[in-house]
Design a protein around this ligand. Structure first.
Ligand code: PNS
Length: 167
């Protein structure tokens, strides 16, 4: 690496990981020596998958990249960055509508710690993709093949069937 940023974090909820996330993670893996995919536990959002399940899915989905590792965090992202000597936060931008909130977070994060946020434009192929939409489509029986890795699709369908059976 010839630049000055070495270790980046790709943070998110990853409930579940989608091919859009993997596009950004794979591209970050080409830009940085090391990428940490960090699963945030945001208590205000209800999740379909537990943090452990999300970590396991990411570990499997990211196995092709030898410079990507998976971790979890519960507090501030900037604290995680300081603890792990991370100098960049990589965020995918799907559309202009993502920008306002992401800019606000980037500016807040840079006021809290010496961490740069790098925005990576999502590939047009995945610009409509969001975990929340994948869950909604799958909830109503829609086919999400090709939007998430196949093993994630299988776990998603199984979890929704379990959830519906329990109701
Ligand atoms: O996939 P998401 O839900 O958009 O991920 C959001 C996440 C986890 C990246 C974000 O909520 C986050 O960074 N949470 C950690 C708490 C924190 O640092 N908050 C201050 C942000 S300025």
């Amino acid at each position: 690496m010839t630049g000055r940023l070495h270790r980046a974090v790709c943070p998110g909820s990853f409930d579940p990981v989608t091919n859009g996330h993997l596009d950004i993670i794979g591209r970050a893996a080409k830009l940085f020596d090391e990428v940490v995919v960090a699963v945030g536990v945001n208590k205000s959002k209800s999740r379909l998958f537990s943090p452990e399940e999300r970590l396991q899915m990411l570990t499997r989905a990211c196995s092709p990249w030898d410079n990507v590792r998976i971790d979890g965090f519960t507090g501030l992202l900037t604290d995680f960055c300081l603890e792990h000597d991370i100098d960049a936060i990589v965020k995918g931008l799907r559309a202009v509508s993502d920008f306002d909130y992401e800019l606000q977070m980037a500016q807040m994060n840079s006021s809290l710690a010496p961490v740069e946020t790098i925005f990576v434009p999502t590939s047009p192929e995945w610009s409509f993709l969001a975990s929340s939409l994948v869950k909604e489509v799958a909830t109503f029986g829609g086919d999400v093949t090709g939007l998430v890795p196949e093993f994630v699709r299988e776990q998603l369908v199984a979890r929704l069937a379990e959830r519906d059976g329990a109701q």
